[in-house]
Each structure stands twice: as structure tokens, then as C-alpha cells.
Design a protein around this ligand. Structure first.
Ligand SMILES: [Zn+2]
Ligand SMILES: [Zn+2]
Length: 402
């Protein structure tokens, strides 16, 4: 069956159930790697549909496969399941029932849209290749995708391409945004510890004040962001925490700075790290102080491959029309752990609009955020159309997959 022939009614008939399921997940949010109830709900839904379900990959990950005619030729469709440590400010009946934990990034909606696709695809004729439905834990800072890969995701589930989708409050409901190349940034944490020598506040000449030195390093970080790279290649260096001293009449021994670096490539990420390190060491040496500079690279950039992005764009144009297709959306400096999957396999990460017409929806990670249930059928339809188009237009790269 061509997906264009899939009637709207066949999806909208399921919409009340999907919306109820989404609200149930919203009311029961769980933090990264604690998605036990969520994983149980996902597994139950899939088992009721007749899927064999694998649990526990990457901690609380859930995977189910819809076998194709060639079981070794497969693609991954991926959703994330975790919530955030945010106090929900909404007062609707399905608001979070767990203090301080909230689905403020719409992963409840992503989970239900992928479950919806698993349901509809199960009732359609067999495809040439297999679809692996991957429900991953720990997207919010936990690198759950990396954990699933490290524990053998692609060995257990032969995968030729990977596809992800995130709701996007800045786009109208049901519209889609995508771009080839980087769509989200690489992110690393930065920690600078400046060690001087404490003294009486009125006798700075007897100590070595780390505070002016630390402030100078903050300003030099901004010079590095502005002057050490090509201006059309974006980068953000944000120092978000400064800690030094305990009182107003003592020069402290040390000062600590923490922040984040975002770039659209790993190469620029590494260059900025090197430049920050040498700047800090140079400034510290000039003043006779010591400095330790540490970086923790947590996510790579999310880089969509050209051929798979062209395929996704064709699917979106055909299914939702040109008006709903935002090709070449600007990249974002937020980070996303789907970048780990895209380091291993070609694929595409798309954005699905979440804003109701004429309204401006609260942004992701906002305590007033809510996933728009009206977009669930569009998300389900995208997954179905993509799976069909992929296997209709591709050949397995080599016998047995890769
Ligand atoms: Zn998020
Ligand atoms: Zn998210």
C-alpha cells in the first residue's frame, strides 16, 4: 500500500487513545535512566500489538523489530523517553504528579508517536526491510543513545540508517523542519580553576588575588568566541557559574568558573578548547598563578547526512505539502544525543512543529511547556511514510546489512 493512500481516518480513529496515553506519560514523568514505568508502558503497548520486545538495553531502553522480507536490512526509528528536573507550572489535570520532574521537552509525545507508528505499520503489508523501534533512555544529559550503542544496539539490530524526530514549538503544528548538515550543536562543559594565594582584603600585595584573573579569563573567552574562528561558523562560549570567596574582607585562595561551549563541528569544538586552555595558562603564568582547565565533551553535533535528508524532505513534501515543509531550517545551538547515532550510521533528525495556529507555544524546557496532542497523527504519518519510502527507494548496501 502506498502511504499516500493511507486514509486520515485510519489514524484519527486512534487519536483519542494516543492522546490519553501521552497524557498518562506526562502525568508520570521519570528522570534519565529511571524510566522504569515509562519503559513498562512502552513494552506493554508493543507486546499487545504482538511484538517481541527487548528491554534493558542502555539501562531502561526498549527495542522492538517489525521484521522485513530481508530481516538483515534494517533502519532505526528512535524516540526518547526521559523527563527533566523541572517543577511543572501547568495546572491541567494531566500535569506532572511527581514533584520536581516534568516532561518539558515533549519526550512523552515522541514516545507515543513512535508507538503509533509501530501500531499502524504492524497492520500493513510486509516491507522489504526491517524497522527497529528504539525507545531510548537518558537523552537529557545522560547520553542514553551512546549507552545503547555501546551495549550493542547496531550489532543486535542490523541498521543501515537512523531517523529521529523532535517537536519544535517555534514551528506551526504539524509542519516539519529539517536541514542537511549540522542541525544541533556539539556541546562540552568547561571548568577553569584559578589558584592564587589568599590574603587580608586590605593587603592584596601579600597574596595573589585569583578573582581579577578569573574575570579576565571570562572576558577572554568572549574574545576567543568572537575573534578566533570564522564568523560564519557559529560558536557559543557561555561562562555560567563563577565561584570564589566566602566573605567580603578576605581574598580567597582560588576561583572556579564553569560554563559550556557549543559549536556545529567537533573540529571547532576542539580548537576552541585548545585556545581557551592556552589563554588561561598564559594569563595565569603572566600573574604567577596556577590554573587547571578541564573539558567534558558530552554530545557531538547532530549532523544529518545529505542523501537521507533529501529522502526525508521528499517524504515530508509528498505527505504534508510544500507549505508544511521547512527545508534548510537554521541549525540550533542546543545539543541532542541523537548525534551519537548519526556518528555511527547515516540518517536524519527532523523537527515537527508543536505550536497551535496563532499561538506562541512555551519553549522546550519551560515549566509551562506542553506537548500538542494534535500533532500525534502527523508524527505517526511521517514515520510510516518514511519507512515505506526508504525501502521502496533503497537497496541493501551489502548482503547481511552492515
Ligand atoms: Zn530537552
Ligand atoms: Zn528533547
Amino acid at each position: 500500500m502506498a502511504t499516500a493512500d493511507l486514509p486520515d481516518t485510519s489514524l484519527s480513529a486512534h487519536q483519542p487513545y494516543w492522546a490519553e496515553l501521552r497524557r498518562d506519560l506526562h502525568a508520570h514523568p521519570e528522570l534519565r535512566f529511571e524510566e522504569h514505568r515509562t519503559a513498562a508502558v512502552v513494552a506493554r503497548e508493543l507486546e499487545e500489538l504482538g511484538y517481541a520486545v527487548s528491554r534493558g538495553l542502555g539501562g531502561t531502553g526498549v527495542v522492538a523489530t517489525l521484521p522485513g522480507a530481508n530481516p538483515d536490512w534494517g533502519i532505526v526509528l528512535r524516540a526518547d523517553m526521559d523527563a527533566l528536573p523541572i517543577h511543572e507550572a501547568n495546572d491541567f489535570t494531566h500535569a506532572s504528579g511527581t514533584q520536581g520532574v516534568m516532561h518539558a521537552c515533549g519526550h512523552d509525545g515522541h514516545t507515543v508517536m513512535l508507538l503509533g507508528a509501530a501500531r499502524i505499520l504492524k497492520g500493513m503489508p510486509q516491507l522489504p526491510g526491517s524497522i527497529h523501534f528504539v525507545f531510548q533512555p537518558g537523552e537529557e544529559g545522560g547520553a542514553g543513545a551512546r549507552k545503547m550503542i555501546d551495549e550493542g544496539l547496531f550489532e543486535q539490530y542490523p541498521t543501515e540508517a537512523v531517523f529521529g524526530m523532535h517537536n519544535w514549538p517555534a514551528l506551526p503544528a504539524g509542519h516539519f523542519g529539517l536541514r542537511a548538515g549540522p542541525i544541533m550543536a556539539a556541546g562540552s562543559r568547561l571548568r577553569i580553576t584559578v589558584r592564587g594565594k589568599g590574603a587580608h582584603a586590605a593587603q592584596p600585595h601579600l597574596g595573589l588575588d585569583p578573582i581579577p584573573l578569573a574575570c579576565s579569563m571570562v572576558l577572554h573567552c568572549q574574545t576567543i568566541a568572537a575573534r578566533h574562528k570564522d564568523p560564519v561558523d557559529p560558536a557559543v562560549i557561555s561562562v555560567c557559574m563563577i565561584h570564589a570567596g566566602d566573605t567580603d574582607n578576605v581574598i580567597p585562595d582560588s576561583a572556579e568558573l564553569r560554563g559550556t561551549i557549543r559549536t556545529l563541528s567537533s573540529e571547532l569544538q576542539q580548537k576552541l578548547q585548545r585556545d581557551i586552555e592556552s589563554m588561561c595558562e598564559g594569563l595565569a603564568a603572566a600573574h604567577g598563578a596556577q590554573v587547571e582547565v578541564a573539558f567534558f565533551q558530552y554530545y557531538p553535533a547532530t549532523i544529518n547526512t545529505r542523501a537521507e535528508t533529501a529522502l526525508c524532505e521528499a517524504v515530508i513534501r509528498e505527505t504534508f505539502g510544500d507549505a508544511g515543509t521547512h527545508a534548510d531550517v537554521p541549525a540550533n545551538m542546543t545539543s541532542e544525543d541523537f548525534g551519537f547515532m548519526l556518528e555511527e550510521r547515516p540518517g536524519t533528525y527532523v523537527l515537527i512543529g508543536n505550536a497551535n495556529a496563532g499561538t506562541s507555544a512555551p519553549g522546550l524546557h519551560n515549566p509551562k511547556y506542553d506537548f500538542n496532542d494534535d500533532i500525534i497523527p502527523a508524527g505517526v504519518r511521517y514515520w510510516i511514510a518514511l519507512a515505506h519510502r526508504y525501502f521502496q527507494t533503497r537497496e541493501p548496501r551489502q548482503p547481511g546489512g552492515r
